[in-house]
Design a protein around this ligand. Structure first.
Ligand code: KG4
Ligand code: ZN
Length: 333
């Protein structure tokens, strides 16, 4: 009998629902919350209210696209953390209620674990052990993935995340939130003519706050001389910033691969949708003879398909949660 699992993701500002059926993702519906772009960042209270509005239509659409009825579900999975408390509460409460009503097991999922498991949704899949650089709006880390449930973090950011570096730069450039996709697009028609400093951080840890400050000072200086500097140089600024961020990420990944001797290398998380990073990892992989893996675009930014894939691994092992669970906004890997 094929196993059907419904998965729900509501950790930040996107409401998503997905069905995995017989090991395949058969639906992955994402309701974006455009409203935050006008505030320059996610407003938690607004996000949770939007989740409350979006969750039933999103789940219904995911079931419809999958051609699965609620009574056919074997389990329900949900992101328990990390994320925003109010946002997580909507998904967790919904999933607990459905689990109780349908008499099916509940599966709790760590969002960061799921970003990595996105690499295992489709072929080609990395072989264990592999290295994963997970880059999102809140996290930047390199981990050795020994197996589905054994991940060893060997490097992480000591301040801002890579996604934050994109988003905060976007704010300085007056781009709507989240700025990563816009910077990516603009960088495509620019050149990296401005040279931003490279942080010197020991080991495999990252730092992005110095870069943010140097971009701020650079812009302030240029704007004094030419008030239209940003307007006239937007593509080149974006290209320069993106090139530096990608460079910082790739530098540590090369170091991690050398230290561990691992040549199976993947990237995951929202920033892995970045075309500069996707190109750079492929090129670096060829140079260093790595096998590189990048999730399909839809499985990079927040989505419930990655929650569903992780949930199936847990289902197969009988790793179920009880109905007393509550969200864990600062959940660790
Ligand atoms: O994984 P994700 O969707 O949510 C979190 O778990 O945080 O990542 C969101 C982050 C945001 O900072 C967004 O600007 C960034 O991913 N992002 C990108 C791109 N698409 C999304 N950054 C650079 N280039 C992109 N194409
Ligand atoms: Zn995420």
């Amino acid at each position: 009998m094929p196993i059907h699992i419904l998965a729900i993701e509501s950790s930040c500002d996107d409401t998503s629902a997905s069905v995995i059926s017989d090991g395949k993702i058969v639906s992955n519906v994402v309701a974006n919350q455009k409203i935050h772009s006008q505030y320059g960042g996610v407003v938690p209270e607004v996000a949770s209210r939007k989740h409350q509005i979006n969750i039933i239509p999103t789940v219904s659409e995911a079931l419809r696209q999958a051609g699965i009825e609620k009574k056919d579900l074997n389990a329900i999975a949900v992101t328990k953390g990390p994320g925003l408390m109010g946002s997580l509460l909507v998904g967790v409460t919904f999933a607990k209620t459905l689990s109780l009503a349908l008499h099916i097991p509940l599966i709790e999922i760590n969002h960061m674990h799921a970003h990595v498991m996105a690499l295992l949704i489709e072929e080609p899949r990395p072989n264990f052990p592999f290295l994963c650089l997970t880059v999102s709006g809140g996290h930047t880390q390199i981990a050795i993935i020994h197996s589905e449930f054994n991940m060893e973090v060997i490097g992480k950011t000591i301040d801002d995340a890579a996604g934050e570096a994109f988003d905060k730069t976007g704010k300085l450039l007056d781009l709507p939130y989240p700025a990563g996709p816009a910077i990516d697009r603009l960088a495509g028609s620019g050149k990296p003519v401005f040279n931003f400093p490279k942080p010197v951080i020991k080991g495999l840890d990252f730092s992005f706050s110095g870069l943010k400050t140097s971009i701020l000072y650079f812009l302030q200086k240029q704007l004094k001389e030419d008030p239209d500097f940003i307007k006239n140089n937007l593509e080149n600024i974006c290209s320069s910033v993106q090139t530096r961020i990608v460079d910082i990420l790739i530098h540590k990944l090369v170091k991690a691969a050398r230290q561990t001797g691992i040549r199976e290398i993947g990237i995951a998380g929202g920033v892995s949708a970045n075309s500069g990073l996707r190109k750079a990892i492929k090129e670096t992989g060829i140079k260093h003879q790595w096998n590189t893996y990048i999730p399909k675009f839809d499985y990079c930014t927040d989505n419930a398909a990655m929650i569903a894939r992780t949930a199936l691994f847990k289902y197969e092992r009988g790793f179920f949660a009880d109905l007393e669970i509550t969200p864990e906004p600062r959940m660790k890997i």
